[in-house]
Design a protein. Structure first.
Ligand code: 13P
Ligand code: SF4
Length: 335
């Protein structure tokens, strides 16, 4: 396939389907393209290790959004999933935002389609709508405040106690927040396909085999997992906890990609991926893992696929993100 054909097929395939010379040093090529095009490469912790190793910044959703907002680069290359790249575009519209594979979606974002969500919201007209950043721009535009796993508690606490709250789309994070803050919330019935399949039974057995291991869990996990966790937090918070903690062994209940940084930052500690409810020993996000070094190189080379947004939708989706950023700054969560 040549570039013209590949460009024609980009929406159907999600990426530029071109062959790459196997002898090409993709790491060196990506570094070269970054300099040549004044591009910044932002990556989420769930990306494959090779992508994390060439990234300029690796972070959780909050950190990535802040980096995307403040960058002076001309191009933001987002190695993550669609809602993350879309958030970067919403916050920094004059920059070209690239995503290596447009089909890198999110099961949680997919669990809240705009039509049914609008109807749900209309049933609770006096409620403040707090949406987790893992949602589409349409859902953001229907929300009052966005939150991430790194700032969710502070966002909920910023809402006056007499104001009822709708929380969407993650029912597990919503239930966790409701328990932590004591606030009653109407929850949208969404969940993440990766975090809801951790096996309580297998984790319990692992804990018996490794009695000193601490269980670190992402708040998208189901309640029984969170109930036995030693620490619950965003990917960045889990990483920081493991670094600061005096222990040596950890069972990690989130997507496996994070183990790369955990192991790199703590070479003497042992990290065990929490097993899911299937025959695998670890738990990969199939959406995050759609991005590869090859697709990353091609998207930087040809500056496609690009995130393009309707301007009115962008402006409507930006308001609740701006609110989130203000609250996060006031709470000292971001600089
Ligand atoms: P973090 O913001 O904690 O990195 O989470 C993002 C995500 O998609 C978790 O599944
Ligand atoms: Fe979405 Fe879950 Fe993948 Fe995170 S791990 S991007 S919430 S499907």
């Amino acid at each position: 396939m040549n570039i013209l054909e590949a460009e024609k097929n980009i929406n159907e395939k999600g990426f530029l389907d071109l062959e790459i010379d196997v002898k090409l040093d993709l790491f060196a090529e990506i570094e070269r393209l970054k300099k040549e095009k004044n591009a910044i490469l932002l990556a989420h912790y769930y990306q494959e290790p090779d992508i994390q190793d060439v990234a300029d910044y690796i972070g959780d959703s909050l950190g990535l959004a802040q980096k995307a907002q403040e960058t002076n680069a001309d191009i933001i290359v987002f190695a993550g999933v669609h809602f993350m790249a879309e958030t970067a575009k919403i916050l920094n519209p004059t920059k070209k935002v690239l995503l290596p594979d447009l089909k890198a979606g999110c099961s949680l974002a997919d669990s809240a389609p705009a039509g049914p969500f609008r109807a749900f919201k209309e049933k609770h007209p006096d409620h403040i709508v707090v949406s987790y950043i893992n949602c589409t721009a349409e859902i953001k535009a229907l929300s009052d405040i966005i939150c991430t796993s790194g700032n969710a508690e502070k966002i909920i606490e910023s809402i006056p106690a007499d104001k009822p709250i709708i929380f969407a789309p993650d029912k597990n994070l919503g239930a966790y927040l409701s328990k932590k803050t004591g606030r009653d919330m109407v929850l949208w019935n969404g969940a993440c396909m990766v975090h809801e399949i951790f096996s309580l039974e297998k984790i319990t057995k692992l804990k018996i085999r490794h009695p000193k291991a601490k269980l670190l869990a992402h708040p998208e996990c189901e309640e029984p997992i969170l109930a036995i966790a030693d620490f619950v937090g965003s990917t960045t918070q889990i990483l920081k906890f493991a670094q600061a903690d005096s222990g040596n062994e950890y069972i990690v209940a989130t997507e496996t990609g994070i183990l790369h940084q955990m192991q790199r930052n703590n070479p003497t500690k042992t990290f065990i991926p929490a097993p899911p409810n299937n025959s695998c020993a670890c738990n990969d996000c199939p959406h995050m893992k759609l991005n590869t070094l090859e697709k990353l190189y091609l998207c930087m080379m040809y500056e496609k696929p690009e995130i393009i947004m309707d301007e009115q939708l962008r402006l409507n989706a930006k308001k609740p993100i701006d609110r989130m950023m203000e609250i996060s700054k006031a709470a000292g969560l971001i600089g």
